[in-house]
Design a protein around this ligand. Structure first.
Ligand SMILES: Nc1ncnc2c1ncn2[C@@H]1O[C@H](COP(=O)(O)OP(=O)(O)OP(=O)(O)O)[C@@H](O)[C@H]1O
Ligand SMILES: [Mg+2]
Ligand SMILES: [Zn+2]
Length: 465
């Protein structure tokens, strides 16, 4: 190996955000902290709670810098100077962990009364060279009850120049008496597309070429954790060099490609049992993580439900434009009530997977059942169709052309399936959008509908092809 003075700094460390603007996601936290800084209404203590690697330590440090920076700058989101400049003496010392006025305690390894006693003593003295004396206590749920008790008094009535910032992955383990003395923030897992965008930015800086799908795969693998995503990228670069493909990323995590996942969902919606079994077989023999597959499939169907209810423009849809295109196509394949029931099946499967002896068999059986559900009309649909028919005129069903592509007879037109209206209001019914001949034919052809119509008293069914 070549001797160079260049030291490799791990990506998570190298790209730790230095300003609020730089933090990905967590807007609910950055907004409130910015407001506090702007208005000068700073709470005595803050508590950041959330899973690993999503910005708790990062935000604690940015906040400490922002409080003590001597030349805070304006930012895109705020005209008043609140972003730490990163250059003044205070900012630099805090970044290097050398500031006399900012103390970080890692409670995972320092959790006893003796460890917090220096804090209680230090609180009595004014800050050396800054506005505030700040104590950051990381993994604070590890502090022993007696350590907390020792801190309690100080926490309740600290001198105005003292601020506490606590961070923990386990908010539930922090005593209620502590939580009630803090301003609590729950940090969230970061959305896949936001992680992918950050990875894109970092790849640009590092001269790495990686396509969008590769980065999305890494982001999916990280399940909302930015540190995990960056560590994986680091690992892939070490393994593959400066070009990373989707296949590389997928194989590291045992993930199925987005296309394969969408195709499987399509097969379920179309009731294509052969395709379902083939895909499961292929994933299993390629060593894909079947539990992850089940989770991702459920997420896809969840997205389909969101798409069907709210359309493609909503923030609740965690999808890229390409994915939205697929969702739009698949949403047309199946009625919402059926998709709900498919999602129910998948959710129940996720639970059972934990105890299943044969993961593959359970998945196969569930997906086959789901595909039946997706292709057989539900009672809700039938009732809607029947009501629509009733509204259209006494329950008489007119013949539809058997196989020809010719449009169906123009009248009487079938009323839309959406809602039932009394049969008398014909002028109302006519204003509603009409079913296309194709939709009419599909409805008429449904065996269950036909069976139901045949059994309905008073519904005259004539010549259904
Ligand atoms: N919201 C974020 N935006 C941008 N980068 C982030 C974000 N969250 C985490 N990171 C990246 O992950 C690294 C680790 O983040 P941080 O130390 O803040 O995690 P944490 O929430 O404190 O996790 P832990 O519970 O493991 O201590 C950061 O250095 C940064 O590179
Ligand atoms: Mg941390
Ligand atoms: Zn500064």
């Amino acid at each position: 190996m070549q001797e160079t003075e260049q030291v490799h700094v791990a990506l998570p460390l190298k790209y730790r955000p230095m300003t609020f603007d730089d933090v990905v996601g967590q807007e609910h936290v950055t907004r409130t902290l910015r407001n506090a800084l702007e208005s000068g209404r700073i709470a005595n203590a803050y508590l950041f709670v959330g899973p690993r690697g999503i910005g708790k330590t990062t935000l604690s440090r940015i906040f400490a810098k922002a409080l003590n920076c001597t030349h805070p700058e304006g930012s895109g989101k705020s005209a008043v100077g609140i972003e730490p400049c990163g250059e003044c003496e205070n900012c630099q010392q805090i970044a290097a962990g050398r500031s006399l006025d900012v103390t970080e305690l890692d409670a995972a390894s320092h959790n006893k009364v003796e460890d917090v006693r220096p804090i209680i003593e230090a609180v009595q003295f004014k800050p050396a060279a800054s506005k505030y004396k700040i104590f950051i206590i990381d993994e604070c749920h590890m502090l022993t009850p007696s350590a907390w008790n020792a801190l309690l008094k100080t926490l309740e009535e600290p001198p105005p120049y003292v601020k506490f910032v606590f961070a923990t992955t386990e908010g539930d383990k922090v005593l209620a008496t502590i939580v009630s003395r803090c301003q609590r923030f729950d940090l969230r897992r970061i959305q896949t597309h936001q992680i992918a965008a950050r990875l894109q930015y970092i790849c640009g800086k590092e001269g790495i070429s990686a396509d969008q799908d590769a980065l999305l795969a890494i982001a999916r693998g990280a399940e909302g954790g930015m540190r995990d995503a960056l560590s994986s990228l680091d690992q892939l670069i070490a393994f593959k060099g400066s070009t990373i493909t989707e296949e590389d990323a997928l194989s590291v995590f045992g993930l199925v490609s987005r296309k394969a996942l969408e195709d499987l969902a399509g097969a379920i919606l179309k009731g294509d049992a052969a395709a379902i079994l083939q895909s499961v077989e292929a994933f299993d023999s390629a060593g894909k993580n079947m539990r992850r597959l089940a989770g991702e499939l459920l997420r896809h169907f969840r997205n389909l439900i969101v798409y069907q209810s709210l359309g493609g423009q909503t923030a609740s849809l965690e999808a890229t434009p390409d994915q939205v295109k697929t969702l739009a196509e698949q949403a047309k394949l199946c009625d919402a009530s059926r998709i709900f029931r498919v999602a129910d099946q998948l959710a129940a499967m996720e639970d059972k997977l934990r105890y299943a002896l044969s993961v593959r068999t359970l998945i196969e059986m569930t997906l086959l059942r789901a595909s039946r559900i997706a292709t057989v009309a539900s009672i809700e649909e039938l009732m809607r169709a029947v009501r629509a028919l009733a509204a259209q005129g006494g329950g008489t069903v007119q013949p539809t052309p058997a196989k020809s592509g010719a449009p169906a007879p123009a009248k009487p037109s079938a009323a839309p399936m959406a809602e039932a209206k009394p049969a008398a209001k014909t002028e109302h019914a006519e204003k509603k959008p009409q079913l296309t001949p194709e939709e009419q034919r599909k409805m008429m052809d449904d065996p269950k509908l036909n069976a139901l119509l045949a059994s309905l008293p008073g519904a005259k069914v004539t010549a259904i092809s």
